[in-house]
Design a protein around this ligand. Structure first.
Ligand code: ACO
Length: 428
């Protein structure tokens, strides 16, 4: 049920429409505010701004709920593969067997990157951060597969989605191979999505890597849990760039750049680094928690806290359990998992974290799962990018298909100097 909001400004009352989403989320429609009142809203960091109406992902941060296209993440985990989830996120419903097979074939056919494109990898220094290579190479796809950027119906959309989801995996593995001085490994048509990625990451010319079903399942789960997360920093970036009618590949390359930062996708690296530092320094967990609370040199509990979740991030719960299962199945142990568990317990029972509603987010355990799979730390954020690709594509699609979509162009309140007179150089 929507109503009217009344706003009193300078002695005058204005009526603003309200809009309620399908899950009861309430909003005040301010799209005519400046025209009618001369005011704009001020919302640093966009914490109270709904930038769009979207039918892709629903999060209730207070209740710890995450749903893709209405389906709870807990139901998808363990039942759907990453590929099936990707199709669901992009096209709005679970694929039929026919949809699933067609999309899987498209993914298989699109796995190779252009031979000319391979040469780009040799031009990067061996020390290049894989996220730099990933964003550059996704952008480069616009040049090598220009046909895929022409999207005007469901068929071309599906093809472009398959090209991007498939090739991002090949590019990611190739960037890893370049960084360790090994030759790029060609994809195999007979392998499924996760297995094919692991093959390209870990096979060498003289030995094929055969992942165990447990490792492939863990990777599928990791990717699936990252498939979308509504209007986070990178997805908003993709929408922002897409709103200018930039092509899908260019928009998603921008998403990779936004994801790179340690407060976003880079947090999975920062969380494992933090656990390693605790392990190497041997400081008790309680002492580290005190450092965080005292804000010593800006020390944060990485993998904790979230702009939207003020409760458990449901993905962190699934990951915590999965890390245990995978380590047991592989008969491995990881001392960082013990430290992480101890840290979580300490934080969840400490007033500092309780009062601020700081809970483990997806990054707290995801790095430990990636370590169990054998993924090196430099690749963690790249793995997040591979997983998030369906969400970026779905959000770009939503913008592209909306005939009322306008270019994203926020306003600002200028607080700089006013009317400064230009001084000749010799008088400055
Ligand atoms: N450790 C210690 N204190 C924290 C943490 C943390 N991880 N996160 C938030 N706080 C504190 C803040 O200092 C602030 O305290 P104050 O009110 O006394 O000033 C309070 O909790 C509220 O935090 P904000 O910074 O306002 O929260 P915001 O929504 O802006 O930031 C963010 C969210 C960036 C995720 C933050 O919690 C953080 O930096 N976490 C660590 C990095 C991380 O794990 N990022 C991954 C996020 S999930 C993702 O992108 C996939």
């Amino acid at each position: 049920m929507s109503g009217i909001a009344r706003l009193e400004l300078d002695g005058k009352v204005y009526e603003l429409d309200t809009f309620v989403g399908t899950e009861g989320e309430r909003s005040i429609d301010i799209s005519k505010l400046r025209d009618t009142t001369g005011y704009i809203t001020l919302d640093d960091g966009y914490g109270n701004t709904g930038s769009c109406r979207s039918a892709i992902t629903y999060i209730d941060g207070d209740a710890g709920i995450l749903r893709y296209r209405g389906i709870p993440i807990e139901e998808l985990a363990g039942r759907s593969s990453f590929v099936e989830t990707a199709w669901l996120v992009i096209f709005g419903k679970l694929p039929t067997v026919e949809d699933r097979d067609r999309f899987a074939s498209l993914l298989g056919e699109s796995a190779m990157i252009d031979e000319v494109m391979r040469k780009h990898f040799n031009a990067f220094p061996q020390t290049a951060p894989p996220m730099a290579i990933l964003s550059a190479m996704i952008n480069t796809l616009s040049a090598h597969d220009a046909g895929a950027t022409q999207i005007d119906d469901d068929e071309s959309m599906e093809r472009a989605a398959a090209v991007l989801i498939s090739k991002v995996r090949t590019i990611a593995a190739a960037s890893y191979k370049a960084s360790i001085g090994e030759p790029l490994v060609y994809p195999r048509y007979d392998l499924k999505y996760a297995e094919n990625f692991l093959h390209m990451m870990f096979s060498v010319p003289y030995r094929n890597y055969e992942p165990s079903p447990e490792v492939a399942a863990a990777l599928n789960l990791f990717l699936m849990l990252h498939a979308d997360h509504e209007q986070n920093c990178s997805t908003s970036t993709v929408r922002m760039v897409g709103s200018s009618k930039a092509n899908l590949f260019a928009s998603c390359a921008a998403g990779v750049c936004a994801l790179w930062g340690p407060l976003h996708g880079g947090a999975n690296v920062a969380a494992v680094q933090m656990l390693q530092d605790i392990q190497e320094s041997g400081i008790p967990v309680s002492e580290f928690v005190n450092k965080v609370k005292n804000r010593d040199a800006g020390v944060k509990l990485m993998g904790f806290g979230h702009r939207v979740y003020k409760n458990f991030d449901p993905r962190s719960r699934i990951l915590k359990k999965s890390v245990d299962d995978v380590l047991n199945q592989l008969e491995k142990s990881d001392p960082l998992l013990d430290i992480a568990r101890e840290l979580e317990d300490a934080a969840l029972n400490d007033d500092y974290f309780v009062e601020r509603k700081l809970y483990p987010n997806v990054d707290f355990y995801s790095g430990i799962l990636l370590r169990a799979i054998g993924i090196p730390m430099e690749m963690f954020t790249v793995m997040f990018a591979i997983g998030r690709m369906p969400g970026w594509i779905a959000n770009w699609k939503e913008i592209n298909e909306n005939p009322k979509s306008r270019i994203y162009r926020p306003r600002q309140i200028y607080v700089g100097p006013t009317d400064v007179e230009w001084e000749p150089r010799e008088e400055r």
